[in-house]
Design a protein around this ligand. Structure first.
Ligand code: NDP
Length: 499
């Protein structure tokens, strides 16, 4: 039974003012490690709140776009200082509402800070290009312009890093924002907005509303004042949003699910490969979009790989993410718990061999949280649902491959294409894999996880559509390119009749 009576109630932030939703309703968010502990109450916003937030963003758009980009960068540098000051508090908020181990949460805070640092500097590098014109006495060049009002819709699994990797380039590019976090993780979002407010963002530049995506999401996608939508979340919602937004001719960017594989070849260094797979599959409780949910192991090294994998996975300590000695934390919500347990049941029914784990832990310290043991399936066939569908939990499916081509075939035989990795010492094999794997990000001798802030992040197929996030591509999404021709000749001249 949750008690939300003593938890703080947080507000929306619209036009520079913290305010209640016009619904007059709030909803509680509980700690997934101790479900009776409420971390806060949050506004159950209505479509009218979303419209008010869009109106505030629209009203602020012209002035924000005219502020020189290096000055916008200066505000982000201030935000970076405040993030540093509040790092521990942010990490604790992430662990309390999302569940992940505190060390992972602190890693997420550091990642968010790296993103802000990178984006702030880009305020001095929003380059266009110049090129010789085909006409005499003519200057031709391009400039970047903001889109206007942009809606940012984010998931719960990285409640700080994902919003920040959208927000920072979006703001630097001169857009104003309506930000809707996942309903499950609004506390970190509130703190993020507070930091940007304290850093000096003018009123209306960043607007923030909490509440069900199923109702306010449509308003954000459909309102004609919103020019672009950057979404991260499930393939199901992302696909629906892409269809509707594209129909309305909006600029769309959707990062979605994954079914990432690590390939372990016979010549792999197991001292790298096994910890890489363990970290990829069970770190952050498998709730990363880049988590390793499949291991594809060449037959000659299979037995040795499996025995070390089982040994290292069995040694993982499960518990409350606030306890620094724990490696695997609870799942983020009851919904996640039910989904993961359902897939473990499906895998067993489909005939895969449940080699390790599979249990819902409910006794003693686990009684009040959403804990599932790290789980390994063997004898997984590519056509099984646990081989094809995103589980988003601590469940690893292991396949045996007869060689590189077989491994790449299994890797590519899913609708997703976010990330993958190969462990091999053979450069020929590594390059064959790099050139033929159906993934937006590939790793050699490293886990399927993560990425660096100054390099593009995103996937192919059902994993993503639209321009990549992060890197220079991240700024391109949040900008329009305008081509300029200036005729500085003294009189009339012959012009092209082509267009
Ligand atoms: P969801 O798709 O359920 O939700 C994502 C966001 O969309 C939430 O803010 C949600 O709000 C909102 N939303 C829900 N319905 C609508 C709607 N009709 N219109 C507009 N917005 C809506 O995903 P999850 O939060 O469950 O996130 C997990 C998923 O995110 C996984 O599939 C994972 O792979 C993916 N992901 C992908 C990443 C990538 O970069 N490729 C990175 C991280 C996660 P509400 O919470 O209120 O429902």
């Amino acid at each position: 039974m949750t008690d939300n009576s003593s938890a703080k109630t947080h507000q929306n932030f619209i036009g520079g003012k913290w305010q209640d939703s016009i619904s007059g309703q709030v909803y509680p968010v509980a700690n997934p490690a101790h479900t009776s502990q409420v971390v806060g109450n949050f506004q159950s916003s209505l479509p009218q709140d979303a419209e008010n937030a869009i109106a505030a963003a629209d009203a602020a758009a012209k002035d924000w776009a005219s502020m020189p980009a290096p000055q916008r960068g200066a505000i982000l540098y201030k935000a970076l200082d405040i993030f540093g000051r509040r790092a521990q508090e942010l990490a604790e908020a992430i662990t309390m509402e999302e569940g992940k181990p505190i060390a992972d949460a602190m890693g997420e805070v550091k990642r968010a800070m790296n993103i802000i640092e990178y984006a702030a500097g880009e305020g001095r590098r929003l380059f266009g290009y110049t090129t010789p014109s085909e006409l005499p006495d003519t200057v031709a060049y391009t400039v970047k312009r903001p889109l206007g009002v942009v809606a940012l819709i984010t998931p719960w699994n990285f409640p700080l890093a994902i919003p920040v990797w959208k927000l920072a380039p979006c703001l630097i590019a001169g857009n104003t924002v309506v930000y809707k976090p996942a309903s499950a993780t609004p506390l970190t979002a509130v703190k993020t907005v507070e930091i940007f407010e304290e850093a000096g963002l003018p009123p209306g530049v960043l607007n923030f509303i909490t509440g069900p995506g199923s109702s306010i999401g449509n308003t954000l996608v459909e309102d004609p004042r919103v020019a672009g939508i950057s979404f991260t979340g499930s393939t199901e919602i992302g696909t629906a949003i892409t269809a509707r937004g594209s129909e309305l001719l909006k600029k769309m960017q959707c990062e979605m699910g994954g079914k990432n594989a690590a390939i372990i070849m016979n010549d792999a260094d197991l001292e790298k490969a096994v910890p890489g797979v363990v970290q990829g599959a069970f770190g952050s409780t498998g709730q990363r979009c880049t988590a390793t949910s499949r291991a594809i192991v060449e037959d000659g090294i299979y037995d040795e790989f499996m025995s070390t994998l089982i040994e290292q996975t069995s040694a993982l300590k499960i518990g409350d993410g606030m306890d620094e000695s724990k490696d695997v934390a609870p799942l983020s919500s009851r919904n996640q718990l039910e989904t993961v347990l359902e897939y473990i049941g499906i895998g067993t029914e489909e005939g895969a061999k449940l080699t390790l784990g599979g249990h819902h832990l409910q006794d003693g310290e686990f009684a009040d949280g959403y804990y599932v043991e790290p789980t390994i399936f063997e004898d997984v066939k590519p056509e099984m649902r646990i081989a094809q569908e995103e589980i988003f939990g601590p469940v690893l499916s292991v396949f045996k491959a007869s060689g590189l081509q077989d491994a790449i075939r299994i890797n590519n035989d899913v609708e997703f294409g976010l990330s993958s990795s190969i462990y091999t010492r053979d450069l020929v094999q590594a390059h064959e894999y790099i050139n033929t794997s159906h993934n937006g990000m590939v790793h050699v001798n490293a886990p399927t996880l993560g990425g660096e802030v100054h390099l593009p992040f995103g996937g192919l197929g059902s994993s993503g559509i639209g321009q990549r996030e992060q890197g220079t591509e991240g700024f391109d999404f949040f900008s329009e390119t305008v081509t300029v021709y200036i005729d500085h000749s003294a009189g009339a001249k012959e012009r092209s009749r082509f267009i």
